[in-house]
Design a protein around this ligand. Structure first.
Ligand code: IMP
Length: 428
């Protein structure tokens, strides 16, 4: 099998965990390349449910798992997650979990600032996960971040934290918050360092060695294309690039190493947090999708907003990421609907749009144009063969393919690992 890059083609929560876990069986290495513990990947294996936030899904299969330089890492959250999953019977050691030496740390100061800024935004909240993701990425770009490699140099750590304090205390003053204590943070970092450092390595070299040894690498994206800091519904986005090209940057491999780009795509749309969502439903159909799809966030428990499939949005993601095929998820959630709709365009200010324009103001005004077809009203849960799908469900899938311009190469019919239709071989 060649390399594969898996990304969410909507607003996150498409079901990447299940597919990454399924593909990981055939990969040698699984790499996270952006985001942090704002992500939530759920994997159901038999009776056991694993909830991952920061660890690559490869840990469940015992594969070499790499947290790349593009990820922001809260070391305390990472240790807690390792402890929780070890308690569920997984083996996670410095041999099978590598953290990039240049990954930025998320510090307590980042999380408290994330929450304070959200509070200060009043009605214009982004709805962040409050994990400090944004402020940590700001620290990277602001060239004041504390990085994994710094933990190995206690002699210079205090000077680096002082540089950080200089910046944060100016902000805190403006927010009327108390200044942060440099010695306390240095102490916390020194305490956590020996627990994390055994995992820390030049991840790019580990991946280069994997390439030389002709190993297969799976790049595991978090969030979704529409939450990309440049290509998403800005400013209602996360702080990293979530598009496929980030796999190369956030892992430290050549752009030619990304392999097949698979877009994980829910059969309908969901979004957590604020921001434009043209196909959002506020009626009984929306409630059905939320309830049947268990649409509550893995990380924050927040109720997800639900709506019809937006083919314009997914097509845009296909183009921006070079998606070769989609894995269509949660089709079974729509089983009871008498009619199903697909968004094929928008209108705003009397104009027709066949793409999502960048302007926040325009995005807020987009009114969806729908195509509607009869629902299949047949239970699909657990179907494992394409030929066992009812013709109305097949018609829905074919229309999504036509409108987005890519094939559904995988179709998922339940959260279970084995309830997956392999339509086309993508790993060969
Ligand atoms: P942040 O990533 O915590 O800064 O949050 C920014 C926006 O991204 C908010 O709307 C979050 O709800 C959303 N977000 C962050 N991570 C995820 C995810 O894994 N799934 C879905 N939405 C997410």
């Amino acid at each position: 099998m060649g390399n594969i890059t898996v990304i969410g083609s909507q607003w996150g929560d498409e079901g990447k965990g299940k597919i990454v876990d399924w593909l990981a069986a055939e990969a040698d290495v699984v790499v996270r390349f952006q985001g942090g513990h704002n992500a939530g990947h759920t994997l159901v294996v038999g009776e056991t449910t694993y909830k991952l936030h920061l660890l690559p899904s490869g840990v469940v299969r015992g594969k070499l798992s790499v947290i790349g330089n593009g990820v922001v890492v809260d070391p305390w959250a990472l240790l807690k997650e390792i402890e929780r999953l070890t308690g569920q019977g997984l083996t996670i050691t410095p041999e099978n979990l590598i953290v990039s030496e240049s990954a930025t740390l998320i510090l307590p100061v980042n999380a408290s600032l994330d929450k304070a800024l959200e509070e200060a935004r009043g009605n214009a909240k982004i709805g962040t996960t409050g994990r400090g993701i944004g402020p940590a990425y700001e620290d990277t770009v602001g060239r004041r971040a504390i990085r994994m490699c710094d933990l190995a140099h206690p002699e210079t750590l205090k000077a680096k934290v002082e540089k950080l304090a200089f910046y944060y205390n100016a902000l805190y003053k403006g927010l009327n918050a108390s200044p942060f204590n440099v010695d306390e943070l240095v102490g916390q970092l020194q305490e956590v360092a020996p627990k994390i450092l055994p995992h820390v390595a030049p991840a790019w070299r580990v991946l280069d060695d994997a390439k030389t040894a002709k190993k297969t690498v799976l790049f595991e994206g978090a969030q979704g294309v529409m939450l990309d800091v440049n290509h998403g519904t800005y400013p209602y986005v996360t702080s990293s690039n979530t598009i496929a090209a980030q796999a190369a940057i956030g892992a430290g491999v050549g752009a030619d190493q990304m392999g097949y780009v698979l877009g994980i795509t829910k059969a309908y749309s969901t979004r957590v947090g604020s921001g434009p969502f043209p196909t959002e439903l506020f009626d009984a159909v929306g409630d059905t999708l939320t309830e049947r799809g268990h649409e509550f966030g893995t990380t924050t428990g927040r109720r997800r907003r639900c709506g019809w499939f937006d083919a314009v949005q997914v097509k845009q993601a296909v183009k921006i990421c070079g998606i070769k095929g989609i894995a269509l998820m949660k089709l079974d959630v729509m089983d009871t609907l008498s009619e199903v709709s697909i968004c094929t365009g928008y209108t705003a200010n009397g104009k027709h749009y066949d793409y999502i324009p960048a302007s926040e103001d325009l995005q807020a005004q987009l009114k969806p144009v729908y195509e509607t077809m009869p629902g299949w009203q047949t239970p699909l849960r657990g179907v494992k063969k394409l030929s066992d799908l009812p013709s109305k469900a097949l018609k829905y899938i074919h229309r999504l393919e036509e409108l987005t311009g890519v094939e559904a190469v995988i179709i998922s019919t339940s959260p279970e690992r084995d309830d997956t239709i392999r339509v086309k071989e993508i790993l060969g």
